[in-house]
Design a protein around this ligand. Structure first.
Ligand code: GLU
Length: 478
C-alpha cells in the first residue's frame, strides 16, 4: 500500500551512460517528491534485453547517489508491500496477469501482422495522405482463425483495442490542457512477439501499480500519454498526473542525446564537476528560478513548483555550468578542495607535485582560481616544478618588454629586500614601470599566465631561487 500523498519516479532504460536530460528528469521528480514529503521511486525499464545492461543500471545508481538523489524504493527492494520488484525484467508474472485480464475483457487481441504487412499498410496510408496508424487487420479475427495460426507456429503480438470514439483530456503539469481524439489513435502493441511487454503498457501499468501519483518526463513522451491514460482508465486503474518537460538542447539547438558524449555525466564527473554545480545547473534547465544563489537540494525542493516549468526548449550552456561550478568550488572547505584535487579520473592531481609542508598554503592560494581539479595540477607545476614556464600567452605578453626590465629585476631580487612589495617598489622606481606595466611582466615571468592568485603569495610559495630562475628565463625571452 502506498500511503504517500505524492509519489514520483525516475524510470530510465539502462541502455547507456546517463546524460543530462535523464538527470534533469530524475532531479525534478526527486524535488517534487521531497517538496511534498513524499516518495521517490527508481524503476529500471530494462525490457529491451539486448540493449539493457546491469552495468548501466549500476552506473546510473551511482550517479544518482553522487548527486544526492537517493530513492525510497528501487531495484533490490523486492517486497515493498507488493509494489516491487522494481526491475521490469523481473515483473513478467505481473504483466502476464494483466495481459490475461485485457484479453478476457476483449480489450486486447493477438495480431499476426508481420513487419512487412505493417510497412505496406503505412505506405498506403501515406499515399492517401492519412496519418499512419494500425489499420485494424487482426481486430476481428475469429477464434478459430486465431487457434489455427497459433497451431501453425505463428507468434502474434498483443494489441490494445483503442475505443472507437471518445476523447482523452488531461491537464499537463507543464504544458497545460491537452485533448486527444481516440479515433486518431491506432490500436497499439502491448506485448511483443517474443513475449516481452511494450513500453506503453509496462510503463503505464507499473506507474499505477506502484502508486506513482506524478510523472515528470521528457516531452518526447507527450504523444504516448493519451494511449497510456486510455489503457489505465479502461482497466479501472489509478492514473497519475503527467508533466512533460521541454527538451534540453545543446549549443547547436539540437536535442541532447546519449550519443553526444559531451553531456554524459560520466565525462563531467571525470572532469571534476561537483554535484552541487550539476544540480544547480539542471535545476534551471526548464524550471524558472529567481535565485542566482547556489542552492542545496533542500532549498531547491522548497522552490520547486510545476507552475514554473517552461514550455520552450531549455538550452544547456556549458558556460552556465561552469558558473555554478565556480560557486560550488567556493563553497568547499580547504579540506574538501584537497579531496577533490585528489580524486581525479587518473588519480591525485597533486601527486608528489606539492611539497607536503606547502600543501595547505598552496590550496588556500589557488582554490579561487580553480574550476577543474586538473587546473590544480597546472598551478602545482607552475609553483613547484623547476621546468621553465612557457606558452603562447607568455611569448606574446613579453614581446614588447625591454630586456633591461628583467636585468634590473634580477639584480634587485639578488640583492634581497624586506618584502615583495618592497621589491616591486624599487623595481618601479628604477624602471619607471607602474601598475599593470610593472605587475604583468612579473606575473608572466613567474607563472606564464596573465591571471592567477596573488603574486606576492605566489613568490613566497615558489621560494627565492625559483623566482630568480624564472626572472632570468623571462629576461632571455625579451
Ligand atoms: N524508460 C523511459 C525512458 O527512459 C521512461 C519514460 C517515462 O519516464 O515515462 O524514456
Amino acid at each position: 500500500m502506498n500511503t504517500a500523498v505524492v509519489t514520483t519516479r525516475f524510470a530510465p532504460s539502462p541502455t547507456g551512460y546517463t546524460h543530462l536530460g535523464n538527470l534533469r528528469t530524475a532531479l525534478f521528480n526527486a524535488l517534487l517528491a521531497r517538496a511534498a514529503n513524499g516518495e521517490f521511486l527508481l524503476r529500471s525499464e530494462d525490457t529491451d534485453r539486448e540493449r539493457s545492461a546491469e552495468k548501466y543500471l549500476a552506473a546510473l545508481c551511482d550517479d544518482l547517489r553522487w548527486l544526492g538523489l537517493d530513492w525510497d524504493l528501487g531495484p533490490g527492494m523486492e517486497e515493498a508491500g507488493g509494489r516491487g520488484p522494481f526491475r521490469q525484467s523481473e515483473r513478467q508474472a505481473v504483466y502476464q496477469a494483466w495481459f490475461d485480464k485485457l484479453s478476457e475483457r476483449r480489450l486486447a487481441y493477438p495480431c499476426f501482422c508481420s513487419g512487412e504487412d505493417l510497412e505496406k499498410s503505412r505506405r498506403a496510408q501515406r499515399r492517401a495522405n492519412q496519418a499512419p496508424r494500425y489499420a485494424g487487420t487482426c481486430r476481428e479475427l475469429a477464434e478459430k482463425d486465431i487457434a489455427e495460426r497459433l497451431l501453425a507456429g505463428q507468434r502474434p503480438t498483443l494489441r490494445y483495442r483503442v475505443a472507437d470514439e471518445g476523447v482523452v483530456e488531461f491537464t499537463d503539469l507543464a504544458k497545460g490542457p491537452q485533448k486527444f481524439e481516440l479515433a486518431d489513435i491506432g490500436d497499439f502493441i502491448i506485448r511483443r512477439a517474443d513475449g516481452t511487454p511494450a513500453f506503453f503498457f509496462s510503463n503505464a501499468l507499473d506507474d499505477s501499480l506502484m502508486g506513482v501519483t506524478h510523472v515528470l518526463r521528457g516531452e518526447d513522451h507527450l504523444a504516448n500519454t493519451p494511449r497510456q491514460i486510455a489503457l489505465l482508465r479502461s482497466l479501472g486503474l489509478a492514473v497519475p498526473e503527467y508533466g512533460h518537460l521541454s527538451l534540453i538542447v545543446g549549443d547547436d539547438g539540437k536535442p541532447l542525446s546519449k550519443r553526444k558524449g559531451a553531456a554524459s555525466l560520466k565525462k563531467l564527473r571525470e572532469q571534476g564537476y561537483l554535484p552541487a554545480a550539476l544540480n544547480n545547473h539542471l535545476f534551471r534547465l526548464g524550471h524558472a528560478s529567481d535565485s542566482g544563489e547556489l542552492m542545496s537540494l533542500a532549498e531547491m525542493s522548497a522552490h520547486f513548483d510545476c507552475a514554473r516549468l517552461g514550455r520552450a526548449p531549455a538550452r544547456h550552456d556549458p558556460v552556465q555550468l561552469d558558473h555554478w561550478q565556480k560557486l560550488a568550488v567556493m563553497k568547499l572547505s580547504d579540506a574538501e578542495v584537497r579531496t577533490w584535487l585528489g580524486a581525479g579520473a587518473s588519480g591525485d592531481y597533486l601527486d608528489g607535485a606539492v611539497p607536503a609542508d606547502k600543501e595547505e598554503d598552496f590550496i588556500a592560494l589557488v582554490r579561487a582560481n580553480l574550476q577543474r581539479p586538473a587546473e590544480g595540477a597546472g598551478w602545482a607545476k607552475i609553483l613547484f616544478l623547476d621546468e621553465p614556464v612557457t606558452g603562447a600567452t607568455m611569448v606574446d605578453g613579453l614581446s614588447g618588454i625591454e630586456a633591461g626590465f628583467f636585468e634590473t629585476a634580477i639584480a634587485l631580487w639578488a640583492k634581497g629586500h624586506d618584502s615583495f612589495r618592497d621589491f616591486c617598489g624599487r623595481l618601479g622606481e628604477k624602471t619607471g614601470a607602474r601598475g599593470k606595466q610593472l605587475f604583468q611582466p612579473l606575473r608572466l615571468a613567474l607563472t606564464g599566465e596573465l591571471r592567477g592568485p596573488e603574486l606576492e603569495k605566489i613568490a613566497a610559495l615558489m621560494g627565492k631561487d625559483r623566482v630568480a630562475r624564472r626572472l632570468r628565463e623571462a629576461g632571455k625571452r625579451c
